[in-house]
Design a protein around this ligand. Structure first.
Ligand SMILES: [Zn+2]
Length: 133
């Protein structure tokens, strides 16, 4: 469409349009990797905005290399699974895993005596937890 309109009379406009297209392409090639690197940084538990800006101001290559060089800030998967396992207990009736605080089994529907949650001691220490309005 724009290519066929490139006659001698519109040559100047055409050049300007091509320059704008080139700038848009540059922005896409620069900003899309920046967004991508920012997203990866977020997945690694790091600041998305910092790595986005780092990539924009330096280059996608620099952002990527820095991101690869730095280790992940997230806890290792083992620690995460241990933390998750603490929050569950087996149901006394059907032996399925249920939440520690559960008052009713989601698998068999039996009523359960709720155990004190691990967060209780913390909430006692910090004072009673009251819902914010
Ligand atoms: Zn059950």
């Amino acid at each position: 469409m724009s290519r066929s309109a490139c006659t001698v009379a519109t040559l100047r406009q055409c050049r300007r349009r091509k320059l704008v297209e080139l700038l848009l392409l540059l922005v896409l090639l620069w900003l899309l990797p920046a967004f991508f690197i920012g997203w990866i940084a977020g997945q690694k538990g790091r600041s998305r905005i910092f790595y986005f800006l780092l990539t924009v101001f330096l280059s996608p290559l620099v952002g990527l290399l820095v991101l690869i060089a730095l280790p992940s800030r997230l806890p290792p998967p083992q620690a995460a699974s241990i933390a998750r396992n603490r929050r569950v207990r087996p149901c006394p009736r059907c032996a399925e895993e249920i939440l520690l605080e559960a008052a009713k089994c989601k698998h068999c529907g039996s009523e359960l005596a709720p155990l004190p949650a691990p967060g209780v001691a913390k909430s006692l220490f910090w004072g009673p937890v009251t819902p914010k309005r």
